[in-house]
Write a protein of this length. Sequence first.
Lengths: 301, 281, 241
Amino acid sequence: MKPVGWQAWLLTETPGGRAQARAGRWYRNLRRFARNPLAMSGLFVVLALIAVALAAPLLAPARAVVLQALPDRLLPPSLAHPFGTDELGRDLYARVVFGARITLSIVAMVALIVLPIGLGIGLPAGYFGGWIDLVLMRLTDIFLAFPRLILALAFAAALGPGIRNAVIAIALTAWPPYARLARAETLSLRAREFVLAAELQGASAWRILRTQILPLCLPSVIIRLTLDMAGIILTAAGLGFLGLGAQPPSPEWGAMVASGRDVLLDQWWVATIPGLAIFVVSLGFNLLGDGLREIFDPRAA
Amino acid sequence: MSEILLEVADLRVTYPGEGGDFAALRGIGFALGRERLGIVGESGSGKSTAGRAIMGLLPPSARVGAEVLRLGETDLRGLDEAGFRRLRGRRIGMVLQDPKYALNPLLRVGEQIAETHRTHLRQGRRAARQAALAMLESVHIRDPARVYRAFPHELSGGMGQRVMIAMMLIAGPEVLIADEPTSALDASVQRQVLAILDEQVRARGMGLLLISHNLHLVRAFCDRVLVMYAGRVVESCRASELAAARHPYTRGLLAALPDLAHRRARLPVLARDPDWLEPVR
Amino acid sequence: MIELHDVSIAYGGRDVVRGVSLSVAAGEAFGLVGESGSGKSTILRAIAGLAPPRAGHIRLAGQEMPRRRTRAQRMLAQMVFQDPYGSLHPAQLVDQSLQDPVAIQRLDDGEGRIARALAEVGLGPAQRFRFPHQLSGGQRQRVAIARALILAPPVLLLDEPTSALDVSVQAAILNLLDRLRRERGLTLLLVSHDLAVVAHLCARIAVMTEGEIVETTTAAHLAAGEVTHPYTRALLEANRF
């Protein structure tokens, strides 16, 4: 079947301009991605998380999140409370919906901290080598030597509990693998002939890193980040569970699981429903990461 | 030509693709006796696909069909992976361009040669080791005991290719397929490796299928030559008569080669013609 | 145009090029032949400024080349590499690959330069907005030549530019290089293991082995077999089928 109309415009072998060529590349990648059902379900979960977080006030009344109604405590799921209520009589549905905002903000903030630090250390270390590499990588090793959760716990304990401090603690322990990954990719790219050609043209090191190396490093770093997101969400939930993350009454999923711990056997929904939310979102990020890896796999390009 | 060792008729290979099927081989045929048969063609002509189809080494997505695909009395059509594995090494061997990818980097090369011997001939460890050392010597390796203990990365390109040949010949196959066996080697080493290949094939009365992009090499080394273009054999002639080839594609290829003895201001460039898909008779 | 005086280049603590001197006139095509490991590609990289010599002097267009070249000195020599698959950025359009050098050197009329460079190597608007994986090997090599030429360097360094290409494509690229030399007065330095290719393009040829030039001869002498050094004779013999 021959493509027609806008499809033909996107799939043409002879694009008329930069924008068309780029759009065509995106479209082709999108089509490859769309053929992978697992990746699509991952994308769906992540998009759903974003949609729920954005539309939370439309999906549930904001005041239900903290509204305590002791007579209604520990009610099983029903029409009035689709996910039941917790030990203080708060509506679990509203809390899970608004908890999506906390999870999304954790994910976004960690990504915003980890990517620049990882790339900022890994790219120069790989490209310049020598003592720059030595100093940057020893610094990375120092951070890598600490067990992640313990370091995050220590940070959270030192800085005081709270979401913002939990995010900083997670980000500070999460960046070293990215620096290593970026360095390894840079090492394999810096002797490639297109990089040499750019050097011959008189490009500065900064320009080569930005235009030649970064675009090829970025996909694998983003894939790694997507795959790590599950772990980051779990760490955040873990900190919440231990009382070092989000503070009550904030509806953070990990903290919610912790509060349901005591009643797990008799009122299973209190811990299970936020636990399920953590599980689904973590799985979604993992599936999305796997799908992205398949698209960006250089062997398939 | 003497007895036929390998016979192929109407061999077709197609790959299913997004925009329709891609025909890598569109019906090729030849018979290989105790001789050196060269297959030349440019990249994408299907020459390597032909070798791999005979060895059963195509990816699972490939659809292979043939009227005749016969090694001696064995029909290779529809043979499963286990069946091919019994044949590979024992009755048909293959030498590839880069021995680094064909040898296990973690095992000493001698052990890998001996392993082939043990798998196919089952004469015990000691016999296998003796045979491997003798084989290394017969491919003109001066210090077989040392090379036996070497790891693949410790060998030069030419030495690696000799080891590959030794490994492929140790179980005494009837047919050897060599796919660009010397393309990664310097000219002087290339000659030595070809000479060893030639000597072994003659001494053992084997059939050799030499796949190469290099017209000079095939002309100098083979008895007969098949010229492939776009998945078909467009011409087949004696190697000594290649200079008098009739097909315009073959003539175009020959003319496009720079020649040390006859320097020209401009090299004629091949202008492709859809009619070339028809073989000359 | 190119002058090397007693150049030695070290790699891993060992001299891989030892005391090489050569001189190539403007508009001349000069060939360097030898087997792998002879140091011929290393010399090319040193001239390009990618591998600074341990000792000796390199002069381009009469200027002594320092260890760190200025942006203007970079424009004196550009290079075309062997592997047409590795020499173009896989995520960049052809257009971008040609625009970068213009931007780096802050040249005017980028649009016109790109169009002219593509036309000069026999490509057109149809190939301009493609990614490298959408081009054939020969087309990629043409893009690599266009990228080198867009800075209008007086010297073009060629490292086995056709050895990864099919015979028919090789012929077209060799013709293109020869035409560029004659029309633009380019100085070519061609490195190859293939004597016939070097002799086709170059009038003068130096033979290298183990980091040294053992003989400098002409294509005509090579064709006639009138060579003096035993290594050259062996090389000639190995190349003749």
